[in-house]
Design a protein around this ligand. Structure first.
Ligand SMILES: [Cu+2]
Length: 659
């Protein structure tokens, strides 16, 4: 796909050489790697603000916290998110806590996106794409001691961000650690009306370290520890809020760098993480039936990745294994009557193991071929008797254990000419149903107001992907134009289907849907980008994208982006950088009416931002400021859950300082 960037440039020298990998897009989160994609808010920006810089990514918003990343118009079910290759699974049956909500920007070096079936070695089920969140490691042989501080303030919602981090580095040892805190009150939509239940608070603490076992430095042990806790998080688009969402993430790895061998490096990592998610409706007015809905997820796993190069081949082989357990239940308290209890995720244990191979072949100086194959097998067991028996009422004869085989293969050909680049690729991949899709029990979805029931008889979903891109630079490289497109042809597409024989459990729900397979469906994404260096200090960039999604009856699928555009002018003069941009969407014409989606009107907003860096005796002080939604427009995008309005005018200032 377009913008094939090699990750190696962006990472400190001590991280694994990954130059043989094909990465579709990278957004840089930390200060290193100037000139790449990054958010105007710098390090203080949220993960979602960084993700929004990637051209294949959209965000589903249920409040102002924990937005759900969507890649190629496919959400969590079809996207793999890993943290440095670690698997981690969210713990909320209402998708309040995507994996990206459990890290902070100060934890990260960059976010790597692989579009479609081109996933990284550890990802499984990534039909839409895979995101790997690369942790920031200060590395060996760096500055002996470094301190950094960040502070930010936004007028809309009184968002406050504070962070401090420090790093110690030597020949044999490094560690970098930090604390990050965010707090926001309710924000105001365009026009000034307050959006109730949109507040949040979050604290994140982390430490990364590395030890060289020998002076030569070819054997390295590295570790990670992250604790993240969000509390009092409002979700204006849902019926409930979050009392506490807590994650504990750890990993330990061993890496050997080979000398005078066709093998480059061999890394083995073991990890463990757990998430506790507790919802809360006690602050909402007019709650007819109060509910307690906790969820739990824990995962332990390992992977072992070996890479080498010989002749024209850059090869990576990966083995991975993980075990995840998901449990959620619900207690309803109807006023006066006895409480009702049910299990919504029946303590599902998933053991998954797979092997992946990636070969990047340099056919000639100008042509390369990238091949990826992954094969995985998984076993699932329903450990909760009560949940299993409740679901069995709807699916007589269902078992308490299942197994699936999933895989993917993809090939990408690239041709580089003097001022243009061409690539095309094809692939096939499958995914197993998620725990919600296979075993969820009466999960209310506020998007269409239906209660959803999982279906243990679902078949695996699969898709064939075709993609192509073309990039051209002209006028002495002052103008670059790129065009890219991909198409996914699904078989057994999984989506909720009407079930009129059942009545809903949730008060006010319209009815019940049970997950089912559609024989086929199609999603097509196209994008057109231009960057024009009008003057040495002035660049004009434009991004246009359009997508189509159709089900087996050629009706529109829900949550597919309408035509969208961004046009910006970037100025750079000495230590000053400025940007003015317009972004918007056209009216959503092809919306999933059949699936309970409503049309979203067209919208456009204007943003400006600036950045100034001051060097005081080698200590950099960066000052950033900007105004978002300058004209205070009231609008919602197609991916704002239940059309909750976006932020109105917002003025922000932030300061980053390194010592
Ligand atoms: Cu939740």
């Amino acid at each position: 796909m377009i913008g094939t960037l090699l990750l190696a440039i962006l990472l400190p020298a001590d991280t694994i050489p990954t130059s043989s990998l094909l990465i579709d897009e990278v957004v840089v989160v930390s200060k290193a790697g100037e000139g790449q994609k990054r958010s105007a808010k710098g390090q203080v920006a949220s993960i979602e603000e960084h993700l929004a810089e990637l051209s294949h990514v959209d965000l589903v918003r249920r409040g102002s916290y924990a937005l759900e990343p969507v890649v190629n118009n496919m959400a969590t079910e079809r996207v793999s998110t890993t943290i440095d290759g670690m698997k981690i699974f969210y713990a909320c049956t209402d998708k309040m806590d995507p994996v990206t909500s459990y890290v902070e920007t100060s934890n990260l070096q960059s976010i790597l996106l692989n579009s479609g079936l081109n996933g990284n070695s550890q990802s499984t089920g990534n039909i839409g794409g895979s995101l790997d969140l690369k942790l920031r490691r200060s590395g060996f042989d760096g500055d002996a001691f470094q301190l950094g501080a960040n502070a930010g303030y936004e007028t809309n919602g009184h968002l406050q961000v504070y962070g401090v981090d420090g790093a110690v580095s030597s020949r044999r040892f490094y560690t970098n650690a930090g604390v990050f805190y965010r707090h926001a009150d309710n924000y105001k939509e365009g026009g000034g009306k307050e959006v109730l239940f949109s507040q949040f608070q979050k604290v994140n603490v982390y430490d990364n370290f590395g030890i060289r076992l020998t002076d030569e430095g070819r054997d390295v042990v590295e570790g990670t520890f992250i604790y993240d806790r969000a509390s009092n998080v409002g979700y204006p688009a849902l019926n409930m809020d979050v009392l506490k969402a807590e994650a504990f993430i750890t990993a330990l790895s061993y890496r050997h760098q080979f000398k005078e061998s066709f093998l480059n490096s061999w890394e083995t990592k073991a990890y463990y993480n757990h998430i506790t998610h507790i919802m809360d409706d006690t602050k909402r007015p007019d709650v007819e039936i109060h509910m307690d809905m906790p969820g739990k997820s824990w995962t332990s796993g390992l992977y072992s990745l070996i890479s080498g190069s010989k002749g024209r081949h850059d090869v990576q082989a990966n083995y991975d294994l993980y075990y995840n357990r998901l449990f959620a239940d619900m207690t309803m308290y109807p006023g006066g009557a006895a409480p009702m209890y049910m299990v919504t995720w029946p303590d599902v244990g998933t053991l998954n193991t797979g092997v992946a191979l990636n070969d990047r072949i340099s056919l000639t100086d100008r042509q390369s071929l990238n091949l990826i194959a992954k094969w995985a097998v998984q076993w699932q067991k329903l450990n909760n008797e009560e949940g299993y028996h409740a679901l069995r009422v709807f699916f007589p004869g269902m078992k308490d254990s299942y197994n699936q085989v999933i895989g993917r293969v993809a090939a990408t050909y690239q041709l580089s000419l003097s001022n243009s680049q061409l690539s095309f690729g094809a692939g096939w991949g499958s995914r197993a149903p998620t725990v919600t899709e296979a075993y969820g029990y009466y999960l209310n979805n506020t998007f269409d107001q239906y209660d959803y029931i999982g279906n243990p008889r679902l078949k695996n979903e699969s898709a064939i992907e075709l993609n192509g891109s073309y990039k051209l630079s002209t006028l002495n490289s002052k103008l670059s134009i790129s065009l890219d497109a991909n198409a996914f042809f699904f078989s057994n597409y999984i989506i909720g289907q009407f079930e009129n024989r059942l009545s809903p459990m949730t008060v006010d729900a319209e009815g019940v849907k049970v997950y089912g397979n559609l024989s086929h469906a199609t999603i097509v994404n196209t994008a057109f980008n231009t960057d024009w260096k009008l003057l040495p200090w002035l660049t004009w960039s434009t991004r246009l994208s359009y997508a189509v999604g159709r089900d087996d009856q050629s009706d529109p699928l829900p949550l597919i982006s309408p035509f969208s555009y961004t046009s910006s002018l970037t100025f750079a003069y000495k230590h000053f950088q400025g940007k003015a941009e317009v972004r918007g969407n056209s009216k959503q014409v092809n919306y999933g009416k059949k699936y309970g989606e409503t049309a979203t009107p067209a919208w456009a907003i204007g943003n400006i931002s600036g950045q100034y860096t001051l060097l005081i005796q080698e200590h950099a002080l960066t000052f950033r400021a900007g105004i978002e939604n300058i004209f205070d427009k009231r609008y919602a995008t197609y991916s704002d859950w239940c059309d909750i309005p976006q932020k109105g005018r917002n003025v922000y200032v932030n300061l980053s300082w390194t010592l």
